[in-house]
Design a protein around this ligand. Structure first.
Ligand code: SF4
Length: 400
């Protein structure tokens, strides 16, 4: 049994530890022969894990990804490949798609060189390493041949893609090439750091035919003081200017973001600045998190740690403001027409789950269609009939 782990904050570590305990119970009961723990947890705690879990057979670092089958079949024990991460996905590696067959995630790069002061990811996963564009295009073509119609591009920071290659490779150039991959109909970009939202990228997002009118831009905060303390490398005014430019250039764009409240030193004034920013930009989708003081980051040593209760209150206030904005934006869509991708039929609710270009899989709302005869992975035109806080209700107006 392979337990693949996440370890960037304490709650993720605890979840991973519980999964390991569960796996070891299976081993003790004779239901599995070996337990292998892979991913970020062994990469972060190579010294303490063997003592904490002596019955685990192998702890695999991030570099052993392509050797996993060989390690599962072999007799190796202990710590394996725990040096600093150099591994990158490659189009030649066989891939099992765990999402529905008509959509897939496509990884552009590994690691991150931004070093935000609250984040351990650069320490765990290493500095930015971009895949060669050719490898990504080949993987996209292979996925398209397998029936994938929607590609969701991911990396720790997608806008930094190519910076380390120093040969002119960029997200913008990659999008222009992916736009030509036959069979792919929707391309979506997640995790676009606001600092990397250049004029060139905005132009490409506007012009590329298959890139949907959607962007996930994790803003994290709007107060200059806090953005600076976080080490985000862009101030509030600049972020606002870029997002409003994006809205002007692509009026139909749906914007998703993430905010972190309660970062050390955040005052009531900083938080109100954040609320004003949210009122002004009117994001379509918004995730909010309370700052988590993670051991090993610079931010844990900063003065002015915010009490947990206050973080929770601020998070609740932000989410309640977003619920109003989201409802109003969804209401303004009633009567409009959109292309949707059919996901699945839910027989209990007797409803088909679909998504417009403005709804990313797994993280955003959905479009409900009260019909049971639509094929998953097919595209249709719908008219929006009703709006809920996060979801839409539509009817098919044209079969595609
Ligand atoms: S850009 Fe994201 S992954 Fe990179 S250091 Fe900042 S928060 Fe962490």
């Amino acid at each position: 049994m392979v337990v693949n782990t996440c370890a960037f904050i304490r709650p993720a570590v605890e979840e991973a530890e519980n999964a390991i305990r569960e796996a070891l119970a299976w081993k003790a009961a004779g239901r599995v022969r070996r337990v292998i723990v892979a991913g970020c947890l062994p990469q972060r705690f190579p010294d303490s894990l063997p003592g904490q879990f002596p019955d685990v057979d192998v702890f695999l670092g991030l570099n052993s990804f392509s050797r996993i089958a060989e390690i599962v079949r072999g007799k190796e024990t202990g710590l394996v490949d725990l040096g600093s991460p150099t591994w990158l996905p490659d189009h030649r590696l066989p891939r099992v798609i765990s999402t529905p067959p008509f959509r897939a995630y496509l990884k552009l790069a590994e690691g991150c060189s931004n070093h935000c002061r609250y984040c351990l990811i650069p320490k765990i996963r290493g500095e930015l390493r971009s895949r060669p564009p050719d490898s990504i295009i080949r993987e996209a073509r292979r996925l398209a041949r397998q029936g994938v119609k929607e590609l969701t591009l991911i990396a720790q920071d997608t806008t930094a893609y190519g910076n380390d290659l120093k040969d002119g490779t960029s997200l913008s150039r990659l999008l222009k090439n992916l736009d030509r991959v036959r069979g792919v109909e929707w391309i979506r970009v997640l995790y676009a750091h606001p600092r990397g939202l250049t004029e060139e990228l905005i132009e490409t997002l506007a012009k590329a035919e298959k890139v949907v009118s959607y962007l996930d831009v994790p803003v994290q905060h709007a107060s200059d003081r806090i953005l600076k303390a976080m080490g985000r490398g862009a101030n509030g005014k600049e972020i606002r200017r870029r997002l409003l430019k994006l809205r002007r250039r692509i009026p139909a764009i749906a914007l998703r973001t993430t905010f972190m409240v309660g970062f050390p030193g955040e005052t009531g004034k900083d938080f109100r600045e954040l609320l004003d920013f949210v009122r002004e930009v009117e994001f379509d989708h918004l995730g909010a998190f309370g700052y988590f003081p993670e051991a090993g980051t610079e931010a844990v040593r900063l003065p002015g740690q915010v009490p947990e209760k206050l973080k929770e209150e601020r998070k609740a206030e932000l989410l309640s403001l977003q619920a109003q904005i989201s409802r109003a934006r969804n209401k303004s869509r009633i009567g409009r027409e959109y292309e949707v991708l059919i996901e699945v039929f839910d027989p209990d609710q007797k409803v088909t789950v679909a998504r417009t270009p403005g709804q990313a899989p797994e993280i955003d709302g959905i479009t409900k269609i009260y019909r049971g005869d639509l094929v998953p992975g097919s595209f249709h035109r719908v008219k929006i009939l009703d709006a809920l806080v996060y979801d839409l209700v539509g009817e098919i107006i044209e079969e595609k």
